[in-house]
Structure formats: C-alpha cells, structure tokens
Design a protein around this ligand. Sequence first.
Ligand SMILES: [Zn+2]
Length: 78
Amino acid sequence: MLSCKEVTEHADEYLAQELPLSRRIGVGLHLMMCKHCRRYVKQLRWLIGAFGELPRQASDEEVSEVMSRVKGRKPPAA
Ligand SMILES: [Zn+2]
C-alpha cells in the first residue's frame, strides 16, 4: 500500500499517465480509500487543466503557491 506522501509525489505523473501500470494501480487503490488524496488529485487535475502542465518536480511549495494564486477563481463545476 502506498502512503499519502508517495501518492501526492506521483500525482502529476499519475494524471499524465506516465506511471508504470503497477504504480498506477497502487495509486488508484489508494485514491479509492483516501478522500484526502482524492481531493488533492482533483485539485491538481484542475490546476493542470487551468495552466497546462505543471513544471516537472514541482515542489509542494510551488503547487500551493499556484493554488493560492488561483484561489479567487471559480472552481470547476465538476
Ligand atoms: Zn492518501
């Protein structure tokens, strides 16, 4: 079982479908059971949709900085 840290570290690759199958399954299983990571991945997916690809190896600080920059924007309907 992957930890939340591992899931969030690989979330951008997961969304870009760049992970090996075994890792994708591990992340998918974790997301089914962990609402915190589901929320993180949902936000990340929206960010990628809004800004194009995030920089490779984006740090938590960079991601949260982008998050706070877009905070005033309307969230996706979905
Ligand atoms: Zn988690």
